[in-house]
Design a protein around this ligand. Structure first.
Ligand code: BGC
Length: 731
């Protein structure tokens, strides 16, 4: 493995710049780790020539470079650095589930489960540990930036990148993203948070104008980013492809300068998404760095930026600030400090981190007659479909990790050829099931329904694996394929003990669910996913995952039935950045997901926050402990006969003025049979507030707030009222 030592040979190189530099300074500021990040950056900026500064502001997409520099890998991003002052190359790689540096044979990276699965854990510790694990692997490979931190809210079930994101709830998504980013940066790897903002569908992502009111945006997607940035302090924010209210996200001054810098005091740098820079003027709006220039129409932040500085249309001080932000943020996390000792890779340990995360993210959706867990003593099991014999499905696109031994499935009809086809991580559920079952286990690929039915009839229990492949750049069908739906129905008719295991990127319609006694949502469960699924099926792990997004009952319940611009946007544009302009009106505003369902009075198939366990829990004694900030406590009891974990959720049901549901907090608690514990939930006042656009602040209305505690957004076990004083809060 390549572990470059960037600092050998540069520490004492002469300083050629004419800029003022203290003569007694023997060590270049880049290596002066005792100075503050801002001081080091300021000293360096003073030493750099305009050309050198500009070289730090336009990045390459190595996979498309005509000649790959010796110190670059075929990954996400690359800047050569400025060796004469000790600035090493900036080497960037995707993304949130692991190192996505993929040659044709795969690599030795460990893949975490998808973002959706991580969100289903509702567990910041798992998010943190997963982040730390992939960051160590990132650092081992000589990268200093991980392009992780996807936190766009799931507004539409059809968004092709839902699998990368952390669900539909601003609080849940923001807190988990923050924890994951903190885990990454704790390993001295810079992280991003992305895609800022409202990149909520893939269809026509370069041409779409996302329209929404300011208050609605502040209370939803922006809140998720705000929390993620507060908790994680990411070095960089990646702005999105789309427009927001008429302006490209990467040149939207209101967002990049107004919200991010002024309101939130963000000190990091804004990098563009790859192919999302549209002008030099973006610099004045707040875009600091053009990424992946090979995908843009022009290298705006190259010669045109230099010309703009010389002509005075972009000020020298703005360029200095742009470079300063990049450098200070890399220094702040120790990402470009002289190499620290990395220690050997712990392959087994890393695999276990991925497995534990997958186990905690698996959601038990249905378990009629307690047909799960499977008894190891069941005489025979028929495992059917979903490539369960080769591995577990993963999401495609820039975040794709391809571990050694991966298997590529056939490219489904209608997908661009560049998508190649789904990648299966080589952790086959079938093998893991066989290792646990004492009876006979058969496998049927599920391609021929009659053969699957025969296999199901011959077995005690049938376990049907179904899949929905999702991929960056393309939106998905929210229904399983006709074939898979027919397979489920036929197998269930042949064997009443049928279990369905879903591997999907996000929510799907489950019109067939009435016929099936047991259903599991396993998402894309990552590098140890097969093992995790089998452990849940056999009860070695008591399921604890909770849905981070609503599963609708029908298309009619969704705010949009299909992606906007579907008729306009070609699946494969001729030029990467090309797309005809069109707009989408996010009419649900901040009422995303479960909030929309509550307001409309819709009953979903499976609500936000929902998930069963092999045990049961009781709720009692909901009381307010304090109101400034609001703090409640509630007692949770394990009323079953197995140890298990409950995620107790606190919701707002009604504010002083109107009915409005919001998740206010949650607490995860592991309980032995019969054990009970009192958990405390403290509420961030922004969750009770509305955004006052004129005053540019949060406003909590005085009055009565109706609260409920329970195991999901639709099931209020206990409720009560808290009286709050009116308050205003600065952003
Ligand atoms: C994606 C980003 C990714 C970048 C670099 C873009 O297409 O939207 O999420 O980090 O590529 O690979």
């Amino acid at each position: 493995m390549k572990t470059p030592n960037f600092f050998i040979g540069v520490a004492l190189s002469p300083i050629l710049s004419a800029a003022p530099v203290s003569a007694q300074q023997a060590t270049p500021p880049a290596a002066q780790v005792a100075l503050s990040a801002d001081e080091r950056a300021a000293r360096l900026v003073a030493m750099l020539t305009l050309d050198e500064k500009i070289s730090l502001l336009n990045g390459h997409f190595p996979r498309m470079m005509r000649v790959l520099p010796a110190d670059a890998a075929p990954s996400g991003g690359y800047f050569a650095g400025v060796p004469r002052v000790g600035i090493p190359p900036i080497r960037e790689t995707d993304a949130s589930v692991g190192v996505a540096e993929n040659g044709p044979y795969g690599n030795d990276a460990t893949a975490l489960p998808s973002g959706a699965s991580l969100a289903a854990t509702w567990d910041p510790v798992i998010a943190h540990d997963g982040g730390a694990m992939i960051a160590k692997q990132t650092k081992q490979r000589g990268y200093n930036v991980l392009l992780a931190g996807g936190v766009n809210l799931v507004r539409d079930a059809f968004n092709g990148r839902n699998f990368e994101y952390l669900g539909e709830g601003a609080l849940l998504a923001g807190r988990l993203a923050g924890a994951s980013i903190a885990g990454i940066q704790g390993q001295h790897v810079a992280s991003t948070v992305k895609h800022f903002i409202l990149n909520a569908q893939e269809t026509g992502r370069h041409g779409i104008d996302a329209r929404i009111g300011e208050g609605a945006l502040r209370e939803s997607d922006l809140l998720a980013f705000e929390l993620a940035i507060e908790d994680g302090q990411p070095a960089s924010v990646m702005c999105a492809y789309n427009k927001v209210n008429g302006r490209y996200a990467c040149e939207n001054q209101d967002l990049l300068t107004g919200v991010l810098r002024k309101d939130w005091g963000y000190k990091g740098w804004v990098m563009s998404d790859w192919g999302a820079t549209h002008s030099v003027a973006a610099a004045n709006a707040g875009l600091d760095q053009q990424s992946g220039q090979e995908l843009d129409k022009e290298v705006y932040y190259g010669a045109p930026l230099k010309a703009a500085v010389l002509a005075g249309t972009v000020s020298q001080s703005r360029v200095d600030e742009m470079v300063h932000r990049v450098l200070r943020s890399l220094f702040a996390v120790g990402a470009i400090d002289p190499q620290r000792s990395l220690g050997p890779l712990d392959v087994a340990g890393d695999n276990l981190v991925a497995q534990r995360a997958a186990e905690a993210g698996i959601v038990l959706l249905k378990n009629d007659g307690n047909i799960l867990p499977l008894a190891a003593s069941a005489r025979s099991l028929a495992v059917i479909g979903g490539h369960a014999d080769v591995g577990v499905l993963s999401g495609g696109g820039s975040s794709q990790v391809m571990p050694y031994g991966y298997v590529r499935g056939a490219l489904p009809a209608g997908y661009p050829e560049s998508a190649k086809g789904p990648v299966y991580h080589p952790s086959a559920p079938l093998d893991a099931i066989k290792r646990r079952a004492s009876g006979q286990v058969t496998f049927d690929a599920g391609l021929d329904i009659a053969s699957a039915v025969a296999a199901a009839k011959a077995a005690d229990v049938a376990v049907v694996f179904v899949e929905q492949w999702a991929l960056e750049g393309v939106d998905v069908s929210v229904r399983l394929s006709d074939h898979q739906e027919a397979l489920i129905a036929a197998v269930a008719a042949a064997n009443p003990k049928t279990v369905v295991v879903m591997e999907t990127g996000g929510p799907v319609l489950t019109s067939w669910r009435g016929k099936i006694p047991a259903i599991i949502e396993a998402w894309y469960p990552g590098g140890a996913g097969g093992e995790a699924i089998a452990r849940v099926l056999f009860g070695e792990v008591n399921p604890q995952g909770r849905l981070p997004m609503t599963f609708a009952d029908s298309l009619d319940q969704m705010p949009r039935r299909s992606p906007a611009g579907l008729d306009l946007a070609p699946v494969q544009p001729k030029k990467f950045w090309e797309s005809k302009p069109f707009s989408v009106d996010y009419k649900e505003g901040s009422s995303v997901g479960y909030r929309w369902f509550a307001e409309q009075g819709f009953k979903p198939a499976f609500p936000f926050g929902y998930g069963l366990s092999y045990t049961t829990f009781g709720y009692s004694d909901l009381t307010v402990v304090g109101v400034d900030p609001l703090k409640v406590k509630v007692a949770i009891k394990n009323t079953g006969n197995r140890a298990g974990t409950e995620t107790a959720q606190l919701y707002l049901l009604r504010g002083p003025a109107r009915k409005q549901q919001r998740l206010l907090g949650w607490s995860k608690v592991e309980l032995q049979p019969g054990e009970s514990r009192v958990v405390e939930i403290q509420v961030d006042p922004r969750l009770l507030a509305n955004w006052d656009a004129r005053a540019r602040q949060w406003k909590v209305a005085g009055g009565q707030y109706r609260l409920a505690a329970g195991p999901n957004a639709s099931e209020q076990r206990l409720s009560m009222t808290a009286k709050m004083r009116a308050a205003t809060l600065r952003p």
